[in-house]
Design a protein. Sequence first.
Length: 184
Amino acid sequence: MMFPHPDIERVLISTDEIQSRIAELGRQITADYRGETVVLVCILKGAFLFMADLCRHIDLPVNTEFMAISSYGHATKSSGVVRILKDLNESIEDRNVLIVEDIVDTGLTLSYLIDLLSARHPKSMKVCSLCSKPQCHKRVVKVDYCGFELPSEFAVGYGLDFKDYYRNLPFIGVLKPSAYEQEE
Ligand code: PRP
């Protein structure tokens, strides 16, 4: 799928930029965890593409776990209400956990997740997020591996959605207000 896309105002991060940054993150994670095994915890749905690409750049023994959490419903702003839709399959006790997120916006989801997963006594826990919107954070959250900082505009693509659409765009772009204004 190529730009221009009729609902996208402009591209924020191109496909090539995404892919080369993910390769860098993978190399950094590989170096930092040398000699260890890691459980990659993908936060669904948004992180599924990032997880798939990132894990192929991590040269370590990894396990893959998936957790589905929802904070937005169908609105464009975080509600602060976090629901667990699907929990992990396996215990993370005494294991190195790397949370894999697509975006940290208000930080409410991540802050909730860190509290939840810390209580399960992992050996270590870090966060890798493809994107972060620092000016939107409402909680102090540490993103150990951050791909890109985004402006506060409504971004979609590469896992980021509006009403579950646009996740399949291979780039990240700003959604035209006309694409969501009539919907809210
Ligand atoms: C998005 C995103 C993060 C969260 C970040 O998930 O994937 O998990 O919101 O927002 P926050 O920092 O303001 O809490 P969403 O709940 O939209 O579900 P999705 O991944 O299925 O799109």
